[in-house]
Write a protein that binds this ligand. Structure first.
Ligand code: GAP
Length: 514
């Protein structure tokens, strides 16, 4: 675990050093859980968004996109339940004066028990070697069974308290389990209180009468309140989907793990409207499609898992998370929810406007059911960054830091490097850049030795380096160096476009989804 922590720290500093992610307002000592994307980060982020957007709107002829405003009528958040129920249970430690989410304290405690079990299993695996039967060990080892029973009982109690909104129950778990503040090390806890996560602000001047508005905590409601507009103007027939990418804001109490949990972040959400009764079929379909979208990136199939929710929100009849193996464990990157007709019905009730669909095949009016897919851009960015980062040992004892980014997502697709800064090589290199730049993000670099320039491109994940040397002037060939294998091949300048396109185009990634 400590080793993984070290790797994560290195990834965070690499992200800063190479212009991917900077702490917000850094020259003013930063702003907690808010980050800025730098010159390479914004390109990677835009490519992730483009991959999602195209997968939704180009590959499905029944999905269209919108871009709704961040400010919305405040009654929307009453109707959606966010004003009354979008809360986290918080608790303070009186000695350190630090504030925590009570549920996170308990989840961390559960994770510690999981770690103990994992350690026992790892120890036994080492002891027994190839003969080790993990399932049998877990079912029979007394220490593991004790830990597991303790964990299950605690989990059960925790779920009950969360589902019943039982704040005192949560506090009692923290007391009974003797959970201490990680800063002060004491058990001097306050009561648990509910804390609404929405940011509020005032719209309009006070003289005219102002109104309290919220920064949206999810983009989904912008889709629901535009359901009728899109369905009518787009002449959409059920089943159909509406996709949106945009900022969301949550006043997270516990903000940590870099861009994993932020106060300002971005979501890519799609609401798929279906006939009542068909929602579970579509839920299963979207679960499969979304996992395929993730796996097509080639970050490693074993790094994903579904986490099906057994306790559901009152309006949902199925829900799952797609979790990704981050350096700090498997974590939710995307949620897929079957939300029944809850949101549209609530907006119908609160707005007084009829929100229904006339189904010509059934000759029937109904309020559509909804399957939602909701993924955080920043978490997706983090999963791509973490799984691409490698400190690679090279033959001869050298090391290099390389980002094995999926080529279609890389911020820079190719770098053109004249071997020396004279003899007409820079001019020839510029000529190549001027040809490639219309189709690919292309860098030109002439400073430092060629090896150093390769390393700089490796560190930002550039799939190809093109080296222009004296031979180029004679036979119009260049060296094409591939990032992962570091293999160099001599190719004609005339073939560059096709060679690069085949590897880096978004279309080649999208084709894997068919
Ligand atoms: N409309 C449904 C919804 O918003 P959610 O599970 O609260 O569901 C969906 O959020 C996704 O948004 C999460 O899976 C995660 O990727 C991302 N997300 C949520 N809160 C976040 C935060 N504070 N920072 C970064 N990403 C966040």
């Amino acid at each position: 675990m400590a080793q993984q922590d070290d790797v994560f720290k290195k990834i965070v500093s690499h992200a800063k050093e190479y212009g991917f992610v900077f702490p917000s307002s850094e020259i003013y000592d930063g702003l907690s859980a808010v980050y800025d994307y730098g010159q390479n980060g914004v390109e990677l982020k835009n490519n992730i968004k483009r991959y999602w957007w195209d997968a939704m709107t180009l590959l499905h002829d029944n999905i269209v996109g919108i871009d709704s405003a961040i400010f919305m009528h405040p009654t929307i958040w009453k109707a959606s339940g966010h004003v009354d129920a979008f809360n986290d249970p918080l608790i303070d430690n009186r000695d350190s004066k630090k504030r925590y989410r009570a549920d996170v304290l308990i989840e961390d405690h559960l994770a510690k028990i999981d770690d103990k079990i994992a350690k026992e299993v790892a120890k036994a695996a080492k002891r027994f070697g190839d003969a080790f039967d993990e399932a049998q060990f877990r079912a029979t080892n007394t220490r593991v069974l004790e830990y597991q029973a303790r964990r299950d009982a605690l989990h059960e109690r925790f779920s009950e308290a969360m589902n019943a909104n039982d704040l005192e129950g949560l506090r009692q778990i923290i007391i009974d389990e003797e959970i201490v503040c990680p800063i002060s090390g004491t058990k001097n806890w306050t009561e648990v209180r509910q804390f609404n996560l929405m940011f509020k602000t005032e719209m309009g001047s006070t003289a005219d009468g102002s109104m309290t508005v919220y920064l949206r905590p999810e983009t989904a409601q912008g889709i629901f309140v535009n359901y009728l507009n899109v369905q009518k103007t787009g002449r959409m027939r059920i089943p159909f989907g509406i996709a949106q990418i945009g900022k969301a804001f949550r006043n997270e109490i516990v903000a940590r793990q870099f861009i994993f949990r932020m106060r300002e972040f971005e979501q890519m959400e799609m609401q798929f409207f279906v006939r009542p009764g068909e929602e579970l079929k579509w839920f299963a379909q979207w679960k499969e499609w979304r996992l395929k979208w993730h796996k097509a990136l080639g970050l490693g199939d074993h790094k994903y898992r579904y986490h099906d929710h057994d306790k559901l929100a009152h309006y949902a009849n199925a829900a799952t998370d797609i979790e990704f193996q981050m350096p700090f464990g498997f974590k939710e990157v995307e949620g897929i929810h079957s939300r029944t007709n809850f949101d549209l019905s609530q907006h119908q009730k609160f707005s007084g406007k009829k929100i229904e669909y006339f189904d010509p095949e059934l000759n029937e009016h109904y309020t559509p059911y909804v399957i939602e897919t909701s993924i955080g851009v920043d978490r997706m960015f983090l999963s791509v960054l973490c799984s691409s980062y490698e400190e690679e040992q090279l033959p001869g004892g050298d090391t290099r830091t390389v980002l094995h980014l999926p080529a279609a997502l890389a911020p820079v697709k190719c770098a053109v490097l004249p071997l020396v800064r004279k003899d007409g090589l820079p001019e020839k290199a510029r000529e190549i850049v001027d040809d490639l730049k219309f189709d690919f993000a292309t860098h030109y670099e002439e400073k430092d030795a060629i090896g150093k320039r390769y390393r700089r491109q490796d560190a930002i994940g550039t799939p190809f380096c093109i080296t222009v040397d004296h031979q180029t002037l004679e036979d119009n060939t260049v060296t094409l160096r591939e990032r992962d294998s570091m293999e160099q091949t001599r190719v004609s300048v005339d073939d560059l476009h096709k060679l690069i396109h085949d590897r880096v185009s978004l279309a080649s990634l999208l084709r894997k989804l068919k």
